[in-house]
Write a protein of this length. Structure first.
Length: 433
């Protein structure tokens, strides 16, 4: 594998806990202290709306402090009457049901909601029929190769194309506001992306529309057996016509979800870190991705921490490994993220980042299965994150819902897809009504 030629990233200092509490907009009160250190790891049984965590690189245990557990998530049907739990003042209701494992969500400029039913090769549209009425579901396109990422181009109120990230290519459909069904066949923009391994391909455009950014997870967990990781564990950059490919940032094991922050223009990513080092190592993360930054995979994690399976390899890279902004409980599997741009929620939510955590499969004390809020102050993360939507797990520890997608609806509510039960949930704020 060719070593990345990446300039050293600019390091961001970790904010002290007192400052985190001061700038978190009052989200963490004396009744809900910020969980730090060992207390911040925990598992699903301690999750609840308002619980806030702040992990730092100083909190990392040594490798193999606990054994690694391998096993699939324990799933169950949704119990009668069960629905996710949100903070006081919020209401949760089903927005669309009966979908085939809905995954990534995107809201079009005209308010129509698009969803990738990845395993079915389908992109569907969900038309909002108003509160208390199910959304109308239509098939926008089908026969695609595991579609995931969706992006409208050019950015702004009148896009002409819908870009779609599939396993091995980036496509685009001609699009106009109001389209619920594709108005023409797909055009292939990026014809060959590496396949195998981590297969989700999100796509976003920079604010000025000049850069198409595509996420590509690694082929392997930790480059076992000398796997070919060329142009993997990267975020790649193209021009809108799929030309001029270059690496935007690298060493990112599996950057599933991407988003551009509308206030700062920063690229954000939700990243699944590696397995096999124990229950609490290494954390997954959500971060602003700096152009040219290198995040360490496979040799290092969370800064210059050496992966013991690559002991002694490439010590010259250690000082240049970027430290992510927000560390998430290990093995939580963060997938899509969305910036809250609406006005329905209280003011302290505006500009914050919502992240869907799909849930762990290899942790003795399961974690994830929720949506969390990454708290920002003037566009900068504090390092803390807060449980926002929980309750997807039964009392005996079986998950009936696994969040994947998050999107802000036209009315300012938050939409959340979960692929275990085939439902998209709507979270609305009622506190002022």
């Amino acid at each position: 594998m060719t070593l990345p030629r990446l300039p050293p990233p600019r390091r961001r200092p970790w904010l002290p806990l007192a400052l985190v509490l001061a700038i978190a907009g009052g989200a963490a009160s004396a009744a809900e202290p910020v969980l730090t250190g060992d207390a911040a790891y925990g598992g699903w049984s301690k999750d609840a709306p308002g619980v806030t965590r702040h992990l730092t690189p100083a909190d990392l245990p040594p490798p193999y402090a606990t054994r690694s557990v391998a096993g699939g998530a324990s799933l169950a049907a949704r119990p009668d009457g069960a629905r996710p739990k949100a903070p006081p003042g919020f209401t949760v209701e089903a927005f669309a049901t009966g979908l085939a494992a809905p995954r990534l969500l995107r809201t079009a400029p005209d308010g129509e909601v698009f969803v990738a039913e990845t395993g079915q090769g389908v992109i569907a549209t969900l038309h909002d029929n108003g509160r208390g009425r199910p959304a109308a579901i239509r098939t926008y396109a089908q026969g695609l190769d595991e579609p995931f990422g969706l992006a409208f181009y050019p950015p702004g109120p009148e896009p002409h194309w819908l870009y779609v990230g599939t396993v091995g290519a980036v496509l685009r459909f001609p699009y106009r506001n109001g389209d619920a069904v594709a108005r023409g066949p797909a055009e292939t923009i990026v014809p060959r992306l590496p396949v195998g391994g981590h297969q989700t391909r999100d796509v976003v455009f920079s604010q000025d529309g000049r850069k198409l950014l595509v996420s590509l997870g690694s082929q392997s967990n930790d480059q076992e057996g000398g796997s070919d990781e060329s142009w993997r564990a990267d975020i790649l950059e193209f021009d809108p016509d799929g030309k001029a490919m270059r690496r935007f940032a690298g060493g990112i094991r599996n950057p599933v979800g991407l988003a551009i922050h509308p206030l700062t223009g920063d690229l954000w990513a939700a990243v699944n870190e590696r397995d096999g080092l124990g229950d609490n190592l290494p954390p997954d993360y959500v971060t602003r991705v700096r152009e040219g930054a290198f995040y360490g995979w496979p040799w290092f994690y969370i800064g210059g921490h050496q992966d013991p399976r690559h002991r002694g390899e490439h010590p010259d890279l250690a000082p240049h490994v970027a430290v992510p902004d927000v560390l998430i409980q290990p093995h939580s599997a963060p997938l899509q993220l969305a910036i809250y741009t609406g006005t329905q929620f209280p003011a302290e939510y505006r500009g914050d980042v919502f992240v869907a955590l799909h849930g762990s499969w290899n942790r003795s004390l399961p974690t994830g299965y929720k949506v969390v809020r990454v708290m920002l102050h003037e566009g900068r993360p504090t390092g803390a994150y807060q449980d926002f939507l929980t309750g997807f797990v039964t009392a005996d520890g079986k998950a009936w819902g696994r969040p994947v997608g998050v999107a802000v609806a036209a009315d300012g509510s938050l939409l959340v897809s979960e692929d275990a039960g085939g439902t998209v949930w709507r979270v609305s704020y009622e506190g002022s009504r």
